[in-house]
Design a protein around this ligand. Structure first.
Ligand code: PFF
Ligand code: NA
Length: 453
């Protein structure tokens, strides 16, 4: 086992820093952009409840598994799967799990960068007072104009991917440690302020019941799959990110306690985002099922009416940009750490991976305008009407990630010696083991079954 000593400078400097890096990876567009809009599209309360259940019984044990594998393997996700499968005397083909995870991370990065790019023109508008007293209609128009402009989208997509490559090329740990320890708490506070504002809209109660009063008639097999996929996406699981970061985790840190902290913080941010956004949606008669534009249309309206709105709006979109940045860096890490192991220098690997993801991202960006009618998989009812962007999102979160998750659960639950996982997880192993061995795979298979029917 290529275990580094706990004092090696290659490791995170403390449990706190690992938590902040993992939280930096977890908290991002998934919480603030995606969670509210998919909750709106999938009917609210019941969806939120399923999502929370997925976090607790599938996401959390899987995060423990991935961090554990990462720490044991001490390599890139691909290298880790190869190394751990070898120590466990298992088939070489387990490396495929690492490959699939890395591919998922790569595809996510390609469209994530496009969406993250949206925050930058919003920062510009906010700073120039462009949201002052803006109406919901006008806000919708501004967002529409941004999507209709491939040039603008390309510019911001390029800037964002450049920023991602920059940190990745310099070695993830330097820039990240500092950014994440200051900016994440600031984002949290700002969300609290937004929630405070939302309580004054007169529609807070309606939003609370929308988010927390389950109406199970609104739930379909597909929305359960979407809730599951989002649990992986939002916790940065099944994409190598947590495995890659786990490889830098000192031996004396409790994996389970750390994973709990990360999951709780991630979930807290998502719920706060929901509580901030839906009161505004209802107060202005906007559509909860509006789709990916939801926060970009609603939040400017709220900021536009708030005292100090330009300041808070600028700060909010800056922090959202940072949150997305610390996530995108971790996505690229799966691939970069692998290429690095294969002898490619870090800078070359970061640039190569970034340029490739940037190119694929251009197809996402075009699917928002000139290719908005291109829906190549219409012959399958599940993919009907989905643009390229919709497909990348759907296939990664709802197909690739659940498959990777199932394979990891099978590996740690059935293929790995329990003594080995116990040596990593300590007393928590008793609880974790039956969950990953039985509960997680069975839950996943049930969701698959009802979606394939
Ligand atoms: N967890 C991130 C978010 O919620 O925005 C997204 C993400 C990061 C997914 C890293 C996958 C990944 F490897
Ligand atoms: Na998240």
């Amino acid at each position: 086992m290529s275990q580094r000593p706990a004092t090696s400078p290659a490791l995170w400097s403390s449990r706190f820093v690992f938590i902040m890096a993992a939280v930096g990876s977890a908290v991002g567009l998934g919480n603030i952009w995606k969670f509210p809009y998919i909750t709106g599209e999938n009917g609210g309360g019941a969806f939120v409840l399923v999502y929370l259940a997925c976090i607790a019984i599938i996401g959390l044990p899987l995060m423990m598994s991935e961090v554990m594998l990462g720490r044991r393997g001490g390599k890139s996700p691909i290298g880790t799967m190869a190394a751990v499968a070898a120590t466990e005397g298992r088939s070489k083909s387990w490396v495929g799990v690492g490959v699939l995870a890395t591919l998922a991370a790569f595809l996510i990065l390609s469209f994530y960068s496009v969406i993250a790019g949206w925050t930058m023109p919003y920062i510009v508008s906010a700073m120039s007072g462009g949201f002052n007293n803006i109406s919901a209609d006008h806000s919708g128009e501004l967002f529409g104009q941004l999507l209709a402009s491939p040039g603008q989208l390309l510019l911001w997509h390029s800037v964002f991917m450049g920023l991602t490559v920059l940190v990745s090329a310099g070695g993830v740990r330097h820039g990240l440690e500092r950014a994440v320890t200051k900016l994440m708490p600031a984002l949290f506070v700002l969300l609290l302020i937004l929630v405070g504002y939302a309580t004054t809209t007169g529609h807070f109660g309606q939003a609370v019941s929308f988010l927390f009063k389950p109406d199970f008639s609104a739930l379909t097999a597909e929305s359960i799959l979407i809730a599951l996929g989002h649990a992986f996406f939002t916790l940065s699981l099944a994409s190598g990110a947590m495995m890659a970061y786990g490889a830098y985790l000192p031996k004396n840190v409790s994996i389970a306690r750390t994973a709990v902290v990360v999951a709780v913080m991630d979930t807290g941010v998502a719920l706060l985002a929901g509580l901030a956004i839906f009161p505004i949606v209802f107060a202005h008669g906007l559509a909860a099922g509006e789709g990916p534009g939801l926060i970009f249309v609603t939040l400017p309206v709220a900021f536009g009416q708030m005292p100090g709105g330009s300041f808070f709006a600028s700060l909010f979109f800056v922090l959202l940009l940072f949150a997305a940045w610390t996530s995108s860096i971790s996505m690229l890490e799966s691939l970069v750490s692998y290429l690095n192991e294969k002898g490619v220098g870090r800078v070359t690997a970061a640039i190569g991976g970034g340029v490739a993801a940037w190119l694929v991202g251009i197809t996402t960006l075009l699917s928002l305008n000139v290719w908005s009618d291109v829906t190549p998989l219409d012959m399958f009812s599940r993919f009907e009407g989905k643009t390229l962007f919709d497909l990348y999102d759907y296939v990664t979160a709802n197909i690739m990630m659940p498959i990777v998750a199932l394979l990891i659960a099978v590996f740690v639950g059935w293929k790995m010696k329990p003594a080995h996982s116990a040596s990593e997880l300590g007393g928590w192993h008793k609880l974790w083991f039956p969950v990953v061995r039985y509960l997680t795979p069975v839950a996943l298979l049930i969701v698959f079954y009802f979606n394939l029917k």
